[in-house]
Design a protein around this ligand. Structure first.
Ligand SMILES: C[S@@+](CC[C@H](N)C(=O)[O-])C[C@H]1O[C@@H](n2cnc3c(N)ncnc32)[C@H](O)[C@@H]1O
Length: 212
């Protein structure tokens, strides 16, 4: 991570409900809610990489009566964002949501938090090299429980990486359930489900480093 992006200020467009970031958030939240509605399990596990202030998962759970069945871990490097996520989770009385100030590029950071039934890779793939995206996608089965869902985002700035990214997901054993790529915005949101076997976590590996 470098000093070039102020990752707390990065969240400011969420204050405008018409911003592309807010539109992206609503799509991610819709898919989290649909996933919760589809899963009747008494206990579900969620991990969010580079979770920022946790608007997506915390925002959904804050409005749900079944929030306590979700045991989630938010990995976030920036201490201010991690503190904001903690405050939001506490205000929503989400006792089963842990905030870990950690480097989500290191698989060791996920120890004890995975395998997860839902993996959020939101705001990650646009901030790392293409090679790191490929490496991270190939490692996703290490974060996943059986039949886990992955919700991910990627800007489609030129050259658009999402065709390759979707191929890499297929190669890693995922089946695509949704892909949103609005004509009037650069963001995209994908939803994939693991159809192959989960893989054991290799805590010695680092799969990405932020560029910006
Ligand atoms: C593009 S923002 C996305 C935040 C959140 N997922 C969202 O969509 O609202 C990227 C976040 O990743 C965090 N970050 C950067 N490098 C990281 C790393 N190595 N491990 C964990 N978090 C990191 C930043 O502090 C920032 O909050």
């Amino acid at each position: 991570m470098t000093a070039r992006t102020h990752w707390q200020a990065w969240h400011e467009p969420y204050a405008d409900e018409n911003s592309p970031l807010s539109r992206r958030l609503r799509l991610v939240q819709q898919h989290i809610a649909v996933w919760l509605d589809q899963r009747s399990d008494e206990r579900l596990t969620v991990v969010s990489a580079c979770a920022g202030q946790g608007h997506d998962l915390i925002g959904v759970l804050a409005a749900r009566s079944d929030a306590l069945r979700v045991h989630g871990t938010l990995l976030e490097y920036d201490p201010g964002n991690a503190a904001a996520a903690r405050t939001a989770a506490d205000q929503a009385r989400l006792a089963n949501i842990a905030i870990r100030q950690a480097d989500a590029g290191r698989l060791s950071s996920y120890a004890g938090a995975v395998p997860a039934d839902l993996v959020l890779m939101v705001g990650v793939f646009g901030n790392i090299s293409d090679a790191d995206v490929e490496r991270t996608v190939a490692a996703l089965p290490q974060l996943c429980a059986e039949s886990a869902t992955v919700i991910w985002t990627r800007a489609r700035r030129d050259p658009d990486l999402t065709p390759a990214l979707r191929d890499w997901l297929r190669d890693a054993g995922f089946v695509e359930h949704a892909f949103h790529a609005p004509d009037d915005a650069q963001f995209s949101v994908g939803v994939h489900r693991l159809e192959s076997s989960p893989q054991p976590l290799d805590p010695t590996r680092t799969v990405f480093t932020f560029l910006y």
